[in-house]
Design a protein around this ligand. Structure first.
Ligand code: MG
Length: 161
């Protein structure tokens, strides 16, 4: 039995912050304003995983009002989210993520992000696709005010017996 999920997240960019994206640090002049480390890719991916099993969203499980999650490494959130999936007898078939960002150019970091996410999930990096596009200088992403990410996942139920 298969389940599909989608996730979407946006974080605002601000000068002088460290940019965490896809579980790695990206050299840039701006980073994300957030309660956690602001890893917008991981947040979209968590929402996709939760959505696939109708488990609510990342805010349900990790409220941004909680001190417990202040400045937290989003890889921890992804790990905990995937544990919920595994405990329900499902596993990841594949994930496909699209980052909307004008700057920096993300191509050099794509494979590192895929490997980082795969390490957290303990799956083959081949199951994790990460793509990046600009929005041709249009909208908030084009003006470099923020970065948005769309994520889609497919889960399947583990074979019984
Ligand atoms: Mg977020």
């Amino acid at each position: 039995m298969y389940r599909i999920g989608n996730g979407y997240d946006v974080h605002q960019l601000q000068d002088g912050l460290i940019m965490h994206l896809g579980g790695i640090e990206i050299p840039h002049t701006k980073g994300f304003v957030a309660h956690s480390d602001g890893d917008v890719l991981i947040h979209a991916l968590c929402d996709a995983l939760l959505g696939a099993l109708s488990l609510g969203d990342i805010g349900t499980h990790f409220p941004d009002t909680s001190e417990q999650f202040k400045g937290i490494d989003s890889k921890i959130l992804l790990h905990q989210t995937y544990q919920l999936i595994l405990r329900r007898g499902y596993r990841l078939v594949n994930a496909d993520c699209t980052i909307l960002a004008e700057r920096p150019k993300l191509r050099p970091y794509i494979d590192s992000m895929r490997e980082s996410l795969a390490r957290v999930l303990k799956v083959d990096p081949d199951l994790i696709s990460v793509k990046a596009t600009t929005t041709e200088k249009l909208g908030f992403t084009g003006r470099q005010e923020g970065v948005a990410v769309y994520a889609t996942v497919l889960l399947c139920k583990n074979e019984v017996g």
